[in-house]
Each structure stands twice: as C-alpha cells, then as structure tokens.
Design a protein around this ligand. Structure first.
Ligand code: FE
Ligand code: FE
Ligand code: ZN
Length: 284
C-alpha cells in the first residue's frame, strides 16, 4: 500500500484529522500539532492524546507526519529569536513523541544577513541542543529542502548535508524533499534522465537513506526562480508526468507522499489532486 495523502486541518481537535483523512482515502497525512502562526502551544491533554491514538488504530492509517510552526528560525544569529526557536522546537518534538509521530518536518531557517556559514553553524548548534535536551526520543527532525527565497537556508543538497553531518547525533536527522521547492531551487527532474541524475546527486551528497518524507506540489514558478508558490498537481511548471517518477520509484515504497497544494475548507481540491496522483501509479 502506497503511503499517499495530504496536509490536513486539525480544526476541532488533533484527532479530527483522521476523519478528514479517511473521507478522502489518505493512507498517510501531515498536520500541524499546534497553530502554525503562533509561538504558544496549549499542552495536549491526556484525553486528546488517547483519542488521537484510538482514531489512528480504528482507521489503520499507519503514518502521520507533523510540520513544525513556520515561525521557528534556528538559523537566526539573533540570540532571542534563536533561543525562542530552540525552545519551541523542543515543545514541537515533545508533542510528536506523545502522539507517536515519527517525523517533524522543519524548515532549516533563514540566516537573515549573517551569511550561509554562520546560518549553518546556528542550525547545527540548535540540533545538538534539542538532541541533548531530549535523549532517547523516537521522533526525528526531517529538514526540508527549501525554495531559496531571500536568505532561506537549505535550498541545496550540499547545505542540508553539511547541517546533518555537522551535528553530533546525525542519525536523528532525516530529510523531506519538496518537489516545488526543489524545482525553484534549481533542481531539474522533469524528464526520466534528469530525475535519475538528481536522485544520484541526492545519494552522493545527503544519501537516499535519509529521505523519509516527500511533499508533492506543483509549482507556479519555474526552474531556479527561487519563488515558492505551490500549484495544483499537473497545473504548474512541473506538469503531471514527473510526479509519476516519484510515485513509481521502487526506492520510495515506504515513504509518505503528501500534498501541500492550495485549498479552502472543503476537500474538493485534495480529492482532485489525489485522483491525479493515483492515476499515475503503475499497476503492480
Ligand atoms: Fe514546509
Ligand atoms: Fe513542503
Ligand atoms: Zn513551499
């Protein structure tokens, strides 16, 4: 069974995402475990956690991924922002651990002028700090490949690899590949040949064993534009076929494919995008 789903709302409680998932036949999904526009997180209460586990068992959905709040910036050279971000990252990981969520997708952050090297050093210190503070945790941080807007870090495989290899407990760090981000960051993968070449580069720099989450988004902006605008599947610069390369890749049989395409409250857009993706899956 292919792990295929979307980023889903938890409006009405964290466990409600399972109903949204089954309604559109997701076999995996992504959530925010707290508001993505606020620093503050109300602690998860035992009843909420219990209900979440119960729904997961009932629905049989094997894998849920959490995305960290967008506000975090562990690449910051500003002490206040950095400490606030590290503290919030600890809380995010604690919530994942309580919910038995295996991956927390995290944007590496922006250096905001201090430079790439300084930014990477901050990221590494932050990763070491949270790992030291939370020994024996199961949840892993999955650093996301970014579009490279402004001073955003992590838009090259090399940067991601340097961050991971720099930290002391590097086995606790995974990677999330986002198709929209990778394209606008300059990675070509829209032909079978360029797809294989890109994955070869990923293997050489980061290592495919680290790849644990794939975000499937089309892109309004083209190769190398460094502008992050997600489009519906097959309606942007990526087009339909390249999504099939990922979905049918034998190496990704156990990796969740998750949509982060535009939508409003009703699930129509997710249903349509998931249908398009399912149509690309070769019969086994
Ligand atoms: Fe993201
Ligand atoms: Fe993403
Ligand atoms: Zn994006």
């Amino acid at each position: 069974m292919l792990l295929l789903g979307a980023h889903l709302s938890t409006s009405g409680g964290i466990a409600t995402a399972f109903e949204r998932a089954t309604a559109i036949n997701c076999t995996a999904f992504q959530i925010f475990s707290k508001s993505n526009r606020q620093w503050k997180a109300n602690p998860l209460n035992p009843a909420e956690i219990e209900q979440y586990h119960q729904r997961q068992t009932e629905t049989g959905i094997p894998l849920v991924v959490c995305h960290a709040t967008y506000l975090l910036n562990i690449a910051s050279s500003d002490e206040t922002i950095w400490h606030k971000s590290v503290g919030a990252l600890v809380v995010e990981l604690q919530r994942c651990e309580l919910l038995k969520i295996p991956y927390l997708v995290l944007h590496p952050g922006a250096h905001t002028g201090s430079g790439i090297e300084a930014g990477i050093a901050r990221v590494i210190t932050a990763l070491d700090t949270v790992h030291d503070r939370l020994p024996d945790y199961h949840v892993k941080i999955a650093l996301e490949i970014m579009a490279g807007q402004g001073s955003t870090m992590g838009s090259t495989f090399g940067e991601i690899a340097t961050m991971i290899n720099g930290c002391r407990q590097s086995e606790r760090v995974a990677v999330c590949f986002d198709t929209c981000h990778a394209l606008v960051a300059g990675y070509e993968f829209r032909t079978v040949e360029s797809y294989q070449a890109m994955l070869n580069e990923f293997e050489r720099t980061i290592g495919l064993a680290r790849l644990k989450v794939i975000h499937l988004n089309d892109s309004h902006k083209n190769l190398g534009s460094r502008v992050d605008r997600h489009a519906h599947i097959g309606e942007g610069c990526i087009g339909l076929d390249p999504f099939g390369y990922f979905l049918n890749d034998e190496r990704f049989k156990e990796i969740p494919f998750l949509l982060e395409t535009p939508k409003n409250d009703d699930p129509a857009d997710d249903i349509r995008n998931l249908e398009k993706l399912r149509g690309l899956i070769a019969p086994s």
